[in-house]
Design a protein around this ligand. Sequence first.
Ligand SMILES: [Zn+2]
Length: 301
Amino acid sequence: MSFSAEVKKELSSLEIISPCCRHAEAYGMLITGRSFSLSSVSISTENAMVAELYSKIVSQECNIAAEPPEIRGRKLIVSFKKLSDRRKILDSFGHLPPEPTLRINRANIGNECCFQAFLRGAFLSCGAVTEPKKNYHLEFVIPYLKLSDDFFFLMDELGLGPKRVVRKGVYIIYFKDSEKIEDVLTIMGATNSTLELMGVKIKKNIINRVNRRVNFETANIDRSVEAGMAQVKAIKKIQRKSGLDSLSPNLKVTAELRLENPQASLNELEELHGFSVSRSGINHRLTRLLKIADELNGKKI
Ligand SMILES: [Zn+2]
């Protein structure tokens, strides 16, 4: 099941007790459905639970008979076929007489609790959220400009900070920020889905941190291997030009150990020296060897 379907399953299973919120939820589903006018009131969805809820909640709210979903390809359509039913629906939500442009009638979202229910209804009808493992995106697809304006300002008033874009002639109100998506899911009542999203986010963060750490360590290893190679090159040059016996006994020991162990780290060299000298002491000697080799430049064999 996709994450979007999971969220919708969770939202449509919530038990709404207060009548004001049931009304607001039904309104959210209706106004963002496929059609909401005297000539057609319908929803088109791929989700069977959403189709059933739409039929149930609208019929109960408006005291009319429920309409069974019809299958059309991958879609389920619920359509109120009787004109008298559609008139009752529009009347119940204060949309009679029919208006030239569809706007949100705020009288249907009376109390603060009802905002949540309204948003939930709208998401069930026209919303989608991508798999958090892939990326963070939650959207409401609204077919009409004025309606999308009303939606946008309503969400803005809730402090959700939505974004908007026009895609293929429809108006999209969306969220990209994972925290805002968590807020929207929580407001709608999708507590489990919010927790799931947070879990995925935490996992992603851990993986990123581990990867950064591995990259950092790899870079360090690369650097120490490179340094070892430069030291070996310098020691070989000293060997060739003036012989290792030309070095002080301490430097000679370190030079020989480095030649035999070109890739050893400072820790390993410390051990190879039998801990007779510290890491920084070894580092100092190696730097000294590089300097000596450098000074040999120009000297003839
Ligand atoms: Zn309410």
